[in-house]
Ligand binder design. Sequence first.
Ligand SMILES: Cc1ncc(COP(=O)(O)O)c(C=O)c1O
Length: 497
Amino acid sequence: MKDDRQRQTPYFTKLKEYGQSGVTPFDVPGHKLGRIKNDMMDYTGINTFLLDSNAPIGLDQLAKPLGVIKDAEKLAAYAFHADKAYFLVDGTSVGIMSMIMSSCRASEKIIVPRNVHKSVINGLILSGSTPIFVHPDIDSDLGIANGVPFQTMKKAIDVHPDAKAVFVINPTYFGMTSDLKKIVEYAHAHGMLVLVDEAHGTQFYFSDLLPISAMDAGADMSTTSMHKTGGSLTQSSILLTKGTWVDQIRLRTTINMLQTTSPSSLLIASMDVARKTLYFEGEERIKKLIHMSQKAREQIRTIPGIEVIDKKYVLSRGGNNFDETKLVIKVSELGVTGFEAYKELRRKFNIQLELAETHLILAILTIGTTKDDLDHLYNSLRDLSKRYYKIRKKVPKIKFNYQFPVTYSRPRDAYHAPKLQVLLEESANQISGEMIMIYPPGIPMVIPGEIISEEVLEDLQFYVKNGSVIHSEMDNGYVKVVDKDNWQKWEGEESEI
Ligand SMILES: Cc1ncc(COP(=O)(O)O)c(C=O)c1O
C-alpha cells in the first residue's frame, strides 16, 4: 500500500506559487525572477528563472529547515526508509565529507576501502582522521576494483577495534557491492558507525530486485546522488541517517560548514518531485528497466568480440552482488580499447557513455532509459564489431596489479606539509603532497601521504597515452611532493602508517 502523503511536493508547490505571486523582489538572485532577459531564457523560457529563488519568506532555509524544506525532507526520509534526510545542493561529495567529519575527529581511525572517490580523501584531510585502508577485490580481466570482501573488513575491525567508523561503497561505479548487511552487523557489534557512499545507488531504495540499500542494511548514514540515477537535477543529493548513533547536531553543523549559503531552489525542488516519482513509479519502472537491461545483455552478448557483465559473472568470481542497471561492456577483444570505443560511439553514433576503462565501457541505465536507446547502442556496437573484430589485434591484457601505493602519513599531515615541485616522471619514491587521478572515475591513484611508486607512474603514463587527462594540482607536468627535510611529521602518528 502506497502512502498518499507522498503525493505532496511541499517545496516545489510553494516555490511555484512564489514565482507566480507577482512579488516585488528586492532580494537576490539579481535576475529578479527573470527580469533580465538573456539567451538562456530565450531557450528555457522564463519558468526556470521563476523557480530560482534564494530564501524568501515562506520558502524555508536549507541550513535550518523549519517549514516546507523540513516537510519535503521528511517525505524523502520516509521514501528512502531513513529516520532523517538532509537535502544537499553540492552533490554527494559534500555529504561524504560531512559524514566523515561528523563521525571522526583528528587522528581517530576510520576503515576505508582504498578505491574511494576523491571526496572521501578530502573528508580525511578535513577531519584529520587516520585512514585504515582496506583493499577491494580486483578483477584483473576487466581491469577494475570492486567491493571489499566481508573477511577483509572483519579483519580490519578486529585489528583496529578503536576505529570510530567503517566506510562502504554501495555500489561501485561499475555496480559491484560488498556484503553491507554483514559489515553493518559486525561494525555495530564493535561500536563503529557505518557510513555509506551511495552516489550510484539511489535506485536501490525503490526495488527489491536490486542489491540492498544502506538504510535497509541498517547503516547509520548514507549519501545518495539523486541526480545521478534518481532523476533530479545535477548536484542534488540526499544524506540519509538511521538510528540513534549519529550526532545530528554535529552533522548539521558540518553540512552547514561545507555547503553554500545560497542553495539552489531549482535543485531542492527537483529532489522533491523526483522523490515523488520514484516513490510511486520507481518499483514498476525499475522492474521494466531490469528486464530491458537483461534483454539488452542477451542481445549485445551475441555480437562477436563483445562481452557483457552480469550478475552470474560477478557471483561466479566471489563478488557479493551486482546492480543490473549498470551495463558494463567489454570491448577489448575487438581490438579497440574502452577509451577508443567511448570516443567512437560518440563521434559516429552520438552515444554518450558514462565512462571508459582500458577494456570496457560503462552505460548507466535509469528509468529514463528507453528500449530505443538500448537498440541504438546494440546496433552501434554491432557496427564496431563488423569493422574491427578479427581485423584488429586484441588489446593486450594490461598488467593490472592495482597495488595501491604505500601509506606513509595521514592525508592531512601531508596536505599541510611543506612541498616541493618535481616533474611527475621524476617523482617516484617521494611522498605525494596531493591527489593525482583520472576523471572520471575520480578515484585517486595517489593521495597525500602515499609514496608515489614506479607502478603508479607507469599506469598514469598509460592513461595519458590513451587520451585521459591527469587531474593534479598543477597543469605543467609537475606534482607536489612533501619536502621531507623541512617537515616535522606529526608526533601522534600511528606507527603502522
Ligand atoms: C563513487 C562516487 N562517490 C561519490 C561521488 C560524488 O558524487 P557527486 O558528484 O554527487 O558529488 C561520485 C561521483 O562521481 C562517485 O562516483
